[in-house]
Design a protein around this ligand. Structure first.
Ligand code: BG6
Length: 512
């Protein structure tokens, strides 16, 4: 089969470079900077999508000079770069990295930041455009923004822009998300705020919209008349690793559902937007979140399942129980698995269940959206040896095997009418090769160009939390579950299968 017409252009510059700017990373000594942000900026530079008028300021507590910061980053890139470094490009890139040691709580540090930014504007012609990336603990977000404001560094005047990327988690429930939104809106306008969800940086997630809307054949059947139900799975085989402290306060529901899983859900379910501009797309996403049928406390009991892993084996390796992970209290009742059934109360999706599940230490790593179509009538097969027909399933494979597959029934060759199930498969890699990426490139680039389509708006975050809050409240009011209730390396607790079985359905057996 032919690849797309665009294929030959993949290594050409794909568009105009981002605006000139200085990117300030708060929390620059953390993991995100070395694993994602610097490799992503380098990839943009190598695609010529980063302006030549660009600089980075790493802001963090540890004392370091610019030169030491550059050396540290150069060393880290040996491990985290997603492609081999071009020495000339790297040399010019690294000269644009600066470092400012300081305490995020100290107003004087922001005065020093202001002085450094003015200097960089002069030396790199960055025109007063500043992109602040908040890669710190979430309880510092509002404080940093307030300080940026007080130092006069948030104010967009004389044609320059000031934008802030805020990492997840954005709040821990509906109340805290609302209050964080209120706090930061005292300093910034909504158009300056970029709430990041790294799932939107994944090619396959961005492709959901293209798949649905750039192809004439799917949209007419993308509704309750043809679709029986939808399953969204975000399964991880890893445990909580070193993040026990954060995770134990969050749990699987907060960590994954209102953000990553709701992004997958809204792209799958939303109406076609009137254009691809940020607000048109986000208007449609938020309509879906608001249309999620509210769940009564009694339905929380029937429609939700939570679990926590006990010790077990993943890929042949013994692994400890959640309660034995570092920084996790030995009597923790935090869930590491959640499964939910939701309905979207609108014309397109009335009565179509959406089943969502996510968990740690499951059998394998796989993220996918499976659309199961309604069964064809059996009538013609009654007099054959065929016992039953299988439904068609369209699967959007998000990771790790990125692609799309459609499974359908086919006649097994031979004199009898016998049916087999076959798969039509498309794999990204086969068509487009591998693009070195951390998943942050597109998001940083969009922010430099002022395109917020792939970032969450305040109303989306709040709508997401309001769905989850009812569940949180009911869970909190109930006596503790008997945890652990699933063995590491399996597909979660038995109740998750029962949730499906009650509806006469079953979870797909996913293979990572
Ligand atoms: C993060 C969660 O946002 O997403 C983690 O906090 C999770 O708990 C991670 O492991 C999953 O991301 P990915 O890209 O590996 O699917």
């Amino acid at each position: 089969m032919d690849r797309t017409e665009e294929k030959g252009t993949v290594s050409e510059p794909l568009g105009k470079a981002g605006d000139p700017c200085v990117m300030v990373i708060f929390g620059a000594s953390g993991d995100l900077t070395k694993r994602k942000l610097i490799p992503a900026l380098y990839n943009l530079a190598s695609e010529r999508l980063l302006s030549r008028e660009f600089a980075v300021v790493g802001f963090s507590r540890s004392a370091m000079s610019h030169e030491e910061f550059r050396e540290k980053i150069s060393e880290e890139m040996k491990e985290f770069a997603t492609s081999s470094l071009d020495p000339d490009l790297w040399n010019s890139f690294v000269q644009r990295l600066y470092y400012l040691p300081g305490d995020i709580q100290d107003p004087n540090a922001y005065q020093r930041l202001q002085a450094l930014l003015l200097e960089l504007d002069k030396n790199h012609d960055t025109r007063g455009n500043y992109l602040y990336y908040l890669a710190t603990a979430p309880d510092l977000f509002s404080h940093i923004i307030q300080q940026i404001g007080e130092a006069g560094l948030a104010c967009e005047e004389n044609g320059c822009w000031r934008r802030v990327i805020i990492e997840k988690p954005f709040g821990r429930d509906i109340e805290s998300a609302r209050s964080l939104n209120r706090e930061i809106r005292k300093v910034l306008s909504e158009s300056q705020i970029y709430r990041i969800d790294h799932y939107l940086g994944k090619e396959t997630v961005q492709n959901i919209m293209v798949f649905r809307l750039a192809n004439g054949i799917f949209e007419p059947i993308w509704n309750r008349r043809y679709i029986d139900h939808v399953q969204i799975t975000v399964a991880e085989d890893i445990g909580v690793g070193e993040r026990g402290d954060y995770y134990d306060k969050a749990g699987a529901l907060r960590d994954m559902v209102p953000n990553h899983i709701f992004q997958l859900l809204t792209f799958t379910a939303m109406e076609p937007p009137i254009s691809f501009d940020a607000d048109s797309v986000r208007d449609e996403q938020v309509k879906i979140l608001r249309a999620i049928q509210s769940i009564s406390p009694e339905e929380v009991l029937r429609y939700t399942v939570r679990g926590q892993y006990g010790e077990g084996a993943v890929k042949g390796q013994r692994v400890p129980a959640y309660r034995a992970e570092p920084s996790v209290p030995s009597g923790s009742f935090t869930e590491t698995f959640v499964a939910l059934k939701l309905y979207i109360d609108n014309w397109r999706w009335a009565n179509v269940p959406f089943y969502l599940r996510t968990g740690k230490r499951l059998s394998c790593r796989v993220t996918e959206i499976a659309i199961q179509f309604k069964q064809a009538p059996f009538v013609l097969f009654r007099k054959t040896t065929v016992k039953h027909l299988k439904p068609n399933i369209l699967v959007l494979h998000i990771q790790p095997d990125e692609g799309i597959s459609l499974n359908f029934g086919a006649k097994i060759p031979g004199p009898l009418v016998r049916l087999g199930t076959v798969d039509m498969k498309f794999k990204y890699e086969d068509y487009f090769g591998r693009t070195p990426s951390t998943g942050h490139e597109r998001l940083l680039y969009d922010c430099m160009l002022g395109d917020a389509t792939l970032f969450q708006r305040a109303d989306m975050v709040e709508a997401g939390w309001s769905v989850v809050s009812t569940i949180q409240d009911v869970w909190k009011a109930l006596p503790h579950r008997k945890f652990p209730n699933y063995t590491a390396g399996t597909w979660g607790p038995q109740e998750a299968d029962d949730l499906m079985a009650k509806d006469g359905r079953e979870w797909r057996k996913c293979n990572g």
